[in-house]
Design a protein around this ligand. Structure first.
Ligand SMILES: O=C(O)CCC(=O)C(=O)O
Length: 280
């Protein structure tokens, strides 16, 4: 099966693309989870959140988008079909008008998980990167450190699909082993989007693997699943090839004892000096 990863079509199970493995077998073993994320660079946890709570958040996001005129009025709201002329919508911010979403992202389940993983009280940045990715769009490959590297580097991204996302709709892909690409970490990974004016490393996933090795990995996601990874793991998204919005949100978690990147925290996070690109 061919899957559109960034600007390429790659064969799933071929030399460049494989399936992510989940870590549900060790979900209650913090030491094993720490070892796994150090080794693999990511944790995929299936059904981590209550599916109904995630679907409630999805409906709230879609109701907001509907009011904005972004959805096709002749179809069911929960299917999230794009209205004619609608485009990708980045709804980054505190999203306080979406309490159903914040209940999932700031709730006891996820905060308790990070308290355990970090061995200290955790916090989550107030800024939430809520995305409705439209037909034909994808996110280019990057390390998150470039966008949020002014606090601790011991910061984690949680990517949360808001709905079921198959290969055609295009969820997240990661580059296995890229947390060990020391040259890339020291070059691209030492940049700051605002200071240095850099953005995605590339739209072509093979530019990275041809030079540094590794392999891309992805999966189909269901509402309730989460994908966790650190600041130095290359990731991009698959292209959304459908006429329905791909809804997801990415959020950040760290120890409350460590330095935060002030651009993203507090009641009114300042954000980037200037928005770097449509699908960052
Ligand atoms: O959802 C996407 O398209 C990109 C997400 C991302 O870059 C992230 O989770 O850091």
């Amino acid at each position: 099966m061919l899957v559109k990863v960034g600007s390429r079509s790659l064969e799933l199970g071929g030399p460049h693309l494989t399936e992510l493995r989940d870590s549900n077998d060790i979900i209650h073993d913090v030491a094993a989870l720490k070892d796994r994320i150090a080794e693999d660079g990511y944790l995929l946890l299936r059904g981590f959140h209550d599916r109904e709570e995630v679907l409630k958040a999805r409906r709230a996001v879609l109701a907001k988008m509907d009011k904005m005129g972004k959805l096709d009025r002749d179809t069911l709201l929960e299917d999230g079909f794009m209205a004619d002329g609608s485009k990708t919508l980045l709804m980054g911010g505190t999203n306080e008008d979406l309490p159903e979403l914040l209940d999932v992202l700031n709730g006891d389940r996820i905060m308790g998980f990070f308290d355990g993983l970090l061995g200290e009280q955790s916090l989550t940045y107030h800024y939430k990167w809520l995305r409705a990715v439209g037909k034909g769009d994808f996110t280019g490959a990057h390390y998150d450190i470039v966008y949020m590297g002014r606090g601790t580097h011991n910061l984690y991204t949680v990517w949360t699909p808001l709905g079921d996302i198959d290969y055609a709709m295009g969820g997240l892909a990661i580059c296995l082993d890229s947390h060990r690409f020391e040259d890339l970490k020291a070059s691209y990974g030492s940049k700051d989007a605002d200071r240095d004016g850099v953005n995605h490393y590339t739209d072509d996933p093979l530019v990275i693997t041809n030079k540094y090795g590794g392999k891309w990995a992805t999966t189909e996601y269901q509402a309730g699943d989460i994908l966790i990874f650190g600041m130095f793991l290359m990731h991009c998204s698959l292209e959304n090839t459908t006429g329905q919005y791909r809804l997801s949100v990415d959020t950040r978690y760290q120890s409350s004892k460590e330095k935060v990147d002030e651009r993203w925290n507090g009641k009114k996070p300042r954000g980037h000096d200037k928005e770097p690109d449509p699908v960052q």
